[in-house]
Design a protein around this ligand. Structure first.
Ligand code: ADP
Ligand code: MG
Length: 704
């Protein structure tokens, strides 16, 4: 028992030990300061400068006690990764001493140079100066020797330059609209509604030496070459399989690092592909979940390195093997602890649940394109629609039972044969809702899983702020439309019944409970008029459509200028990623693969000549065959590589970003495919000893 207690104490002593969280604040701040800070955190009230000074000082003392010497404003620019610039706490005190200082001003505002971060044209219009501002709703934490302060990042003109600002705006807007609805249902206690997220994170672990030996992995995060290994994932023996000792050690270490930062890492298991794993945390509010997920990805890489491994977060590191995604489990909760997407026990609760559910159905149907945009990236294009991840078509899974209930409401008929009564919402006779959809559908891009939605199209490397700010905004829009109608209604129950019935009947096409990976679904979806934006270049323009601009400006999530700047940034990123991949391919072809083919061919030729010297009668069919086949391959490969370089040069000449994106999609990507095909074929003909870098078997089975 004592042992158990000790073990428990160790974990609870570790958990959150590096976070300036509520417990620490309460312990270390004077009561009125603590209260003022809570008001800022909960209600977004501005913090008085004198209060900020007290908080900053307490934070600094706490951090210094924990060994920190520096602080940084930690933010999430449009690069997709986090940024930090460290300043030390040290200030001169007289001419021979130093003191540790940290002021409220330094806590609240920072001024990093914005000119080195993507701004999508905002820089041209406005000053290069950028500011970071403290986000008190996400706790400060210590990483290494640095106190990290979560911040938003914006330009001199006030335009958001980061991923967090619009996310916070969207959470605010959803709160506002959802509050209107729950007040209509008679809830007088709730003062705030938040969205919650639990992101399940997939990743690969490979041996670091193998990783270092591959220029493509180092520069682009994925293998640009590699013939299929004799064994892939077909035996399905990896999923939930035994965790290898080295991986288990990594996971234990990772958990501890995450726990210290208050990240509730909970579930871990092997995934479908060899060397693929998953970690799921306990869900929290969307803002913290986003910060935590960014930290999780960073720490995964660092801990892997410590264990002599590389953690791959690319969406598709290996062709022919499942890529990695991130399931975004999303729900809406009140600060009184009610999950608004959970069917309740009373008819009233169920009517409210149905209204929120129909709001999500309508949102997903009307803004399919935006959801698709929110997960679009060059890397994720390899997954969506490739029989491993949901297709590029958005649809929703509700499960048969819930779908039947909605159908009955729509028809105004009885839900099951036993009851002859008409289905009515909001009054008396709703059936008990299925609490757990046991008929799980793994192929749906957007699945209802009993009390939350699971958005499954995200790639593993994505910052989850993007999809969540879009989800929040589109649902806020539908809730605002619903509230407009219901607030004016004379008879609430009748209006509610009619609203739900009408919404279901208008948006039913988005519900699909079948197999999303099938060819038939692609055809069926087209008949239903659902959009199918296959690539990033196809999807991104929806972001600046009239409908999108209207939505985002109405809810003050983005200004028109911000939307256009983001569009530019995302399309540019797509082009740049593909350019780096193309250049890496050409480089590896010329300086590694072709020379290897030449060396091996020479060795084989030499062997054949030696045989002939021994005796002219010894046949050399094998050598001749290999050298011939490899020569043909090399000729093809060389030509394909030159063609790729030509295309890359041509792409550089295109000024319009949209056209450039299309050119990469239509010209560069096929040229890359041709190079790969020739090289992968050559690999299967070449002595493994001569191949210039580790192959798929080496990479996928390198950790044991
Ligand atoms: P799986 O999808 O693998 O069956 P679970 O359903 O247990 O796993 O949960 C997956 C993730 O969903 C976890 O990160 C969990 O914390 C999260 N989750 C559970 N409830 C909610 C909620 N109300 N809001 C957001 N995320 C949630
Ligand atoms: Mg899941």
């Amino acid at each position: 028992m004592e042992e158990l207690q000790k073990a428990m104490d160790k974990i609870s002593g570790t958990f959150g030990s590096m976070v300036f969280n509520d417990r620490v604040m309460r312990e270390r701040l004077p009561q009125d300061t603590y209260k003022a800070l809570r008001r800022t955190i909960e209600l977004g009230k501005k913090l008085d400068p004198s209060v900020a000074n007290v908080v900053a000082n307490a934070m600094k003392d706490w951090a210094v006690e924990k060994g920190a010497t520096h602080f940084t404003h930690w933010f999430q620019p449009m690069t997709g990764v986090t940024a930090e610039k460290h300043d030390s706490f040290i200030s001169p005190d007289g001419d021979s001493a130093v003191i540790m200082e940290f002021s409220g001003k330094e806590l609240v505002k920072g001024e990093p140079d914005a000119s080195s971060f993507p701004s999508g044209g905002l820089r041209a219009t406005f000053e290069a100066r950028g500011y970071t501002a403290w986000d008190p709703s996400s706790y400060a934490f210590i990483k290494g020797n640095t106190l990290c302060i979560p911040t938003v990042f914006y330009s001199y003109g006030g335009e958001a330059l980061d991923k967090k600002t619009p996310l916070l705006r969207s959470m605010e807007e959803l709160n506002k609209q959802a509050m209107r609805i729950i007040r209509l249902f008679g809830d007088t206690e709730t003062t705030r509604v938040v969205t919650t997220v639990g992101p399940e994170q997939e990743y690969f672990l490979i041996d670091e030496k193998m990783y270092r030996a591959r220029e493509d992995l180092v520069l682009t995060g994925r293998t640009l070459f590699g013939a299929m290994p004799p064994k892939g994932q077909e035996l399905e023996d990896h999923y939930f399989g035994m965790i290898k000792p080295r991986v288990a050690e990594f996971m234990a270490d990772l958990n501890e690092e995450l726990w210290k930062l208050g990240i509730f890492a909970k579930t871990e298991h092997n995934e479908v592909a060899p060397a693929q794993h998953e970690m799921a945390p306990v869900f929290t509010n969307t803002n913290m979940a986003t910060d935590h997920n960014q930290l999780t990805m960073e720490i995964m890489k660092r801990v892997a390195h410590k264990h002599g491994m590389a953690c791959l977060l690319h969406e598709k590191p290996f062709e022919g093997i499942n890529g990695s995604g991130k399931h975004n489990n999303w729900s809406i909760s009140t600060n009184t602890g009610i999950n608004l997407l959970e069917p309740g026990d009373s008819p009233r609760e169920n009517a409210q649940f149905l209204l929120f559910l129909t709001a999500v159905i309508k949102a997903v149907d009307e803004y399919q394109d935006l959801l698709r945009v929110s997960v679009a990236s060059a890397g994720n294009d390899h997954r969506l629609g490739a029989n491993e991840a949901p297709p590029a078509i958005i649809s929703m899974f509700l499960g048969d039972e819930l779908t039947e209930i909605l159908e009955a409401i729509k028809q105004g008929t009885a839900y099951n044969q036993k009851s002859a009564q008409e289905m009515k919402v909001g009054v008396h006779i709703l059936p008990r809702f299925p609490k757990d959809t046991t008929d799980r559908n793994r192929t749906s891009p957007f699945a209802f899983t009993g009390n939350k939605f699971e958005f499954r199209m995200l790639g593993s490397g994505l910052n989850i702020a993007g999809p969540n700010l879009i989800l929040n905004t589109i649902v806020a829009e539908e809730l605002s439309q619903f509230a407009d109608i219901l607030e004016k209604a004379d008879d609430f129950d009748t209006a509610l019944q009619e609203l739900i019935r009408k919404t279901i009947s208008e948006h039913k096409r988005i519900i699909f409970n079948g197999n999303n990976y099938s060819e038939e679904w692609v055809e069926e979806a087209a008949r239903r008029g659902l959009s199918n934006l296959r690539t990033t270049a196809d999807a991104l323009p929806s972001f600046i459509s009239e409908k999108s601009i209207e939505l985002f400006t109405k809810h003050k999530i983005f200004t028109t200028v911000e939307l256009h700047s983001r569009y530019e940034i995302l399309m540019e990123l797509y082009c740049k990623k593909l350019r780096i991949e193309g250049l890496t391919m050409a480089d590896m072809t010329k300086r590694q693969i072709l020379p290897a083919i030449a060396r091996y061919s020479a060795a084989v030729t030499k062997g054949a000549l030696e045989k002939k010297q021994l005796s002219a009668e010894i046949p050399c069919d094998f050598e001749v065959g290999v050298v011939k086949a490899l020569s043909e391959c090399a000729t093809q490969l060389r030509a394909a590589s030159y063609k790729l370089e030509e295309k890359l040069a041509a792409a550089q000449e295109i000024e319009d970003t949209t056209k450039q994106g299309e050119f990469y999609r239509d010209e560069v990507l096929p040229a890359m495919d041709a190079v790969r095909q020739a090289a992968d074929h050559a690999e299967t003909l070449t002595d493994k000893k001569y191949w210039p870098f580790p192959d798929y078997t080496d990479l996928l089975y390198s950790v044991y």
